[in-house]
Design a protein around this ligand. Structure first.
Ligand SMILES: Cc1cc2nc3c(=O)[nH]c(=O)nc-3n(C[C@H](O)[C@H](O)[C@H](O)COP(=O)(O)O)c2cc1C
Length: 187
């Protein structure tokens, strides 16, 4: 956790593409929240080995990329995941990363926002639902209002890949607001 009042958010894109629209959505969220949050973008999804509990040992013996991934989660006050849908589900690389957390527990009570973005009109609804199931199993804390599906995402970006659609930017602000409230210490 960060020591100052600035909350630290770990942003995770479920797409490995260089020009990913999901990464663009996370970039927009980081710009909207720049004054209140410190954003770190996790970029190690494709460095994690395929999940195998036999590689995990007692946790200290886990492969180095897995230890790094867990450490980044531990250091975050909150998490935002933005993912595409592949073949009606969560991209395998993202699911693989989450499988590594089942035994180590870094998502326990972690304030988490879940966003899916798709060029199709359903906004990746099946990946979204499946991701929620997995994160709930990991006991992530997902508040009402901290979820968002973004349909027709390609129409919401400009030629530079920046989110320009006002309604989407407004919805992202709302998600950040809910996440921020959740990260406040309870009095
Ligand atoms: C192999 C493959 C399968 C896909 N399956 C789905 C799908 O089931 N549902 C969906 O909404 N989009 C699907 N898509 C389209 C992705 O949502 C689209 O490529 C999206 O832009 C990827 O996100 P990105 O721009 O962040 O990389 C699929 C794309 C590929 C390449």
């Amino acid at each position: 956790m960060t020591e100052s009042n600035t909350k630290h958010i770990l942003a995770i894109s479920g797409s490995l593409r260089r020009k990913s629209s999901n990464a663009s959505v996370l970039q927009a969220a980081s710009q909207l929240g720049a004054e209140r949050f410190h954003f770190t973008f996790y970029n190690g999804l494709d460095t994690l080995p395929h999940f195998n509990p036999e590689l995990d040992g007692d946790g200290d013996e886990a492969p180095e990329p897995v230890r790094g991934w867990r450490a980044q989660l531990r250091a975050a006050d909150g998490v935002i995941i933005c993912t595409p849908e592949y073949a009606n589900g969560v991209p395998g690389s993202l699911k693989n990363a989450l499988d590594w957390i089942v035994s180590s527990g870094e998502f326990l009570d972690k304030p988490t926002a879940v966003i899916s973005a798709s060029p199709n009109p359903l906004g990746g609804d099946k990946a979204h639902a499946s991701l929620l199931l997995t994160l709930k199993m990991l006991t992530a804390s997902i508040a009402e209002g901290a979820t968002l599906k973004i349909p027709m995402v390609s129409k919401k970006l400009n030629a530079e890949g920046e989110v320009t659609d006002e309604a989407t930017l407004g919805a992202l602000k709302q998600v950040l607001h809910v996440l921020e409230r959740q990260m406040q210490p309870s009095s």
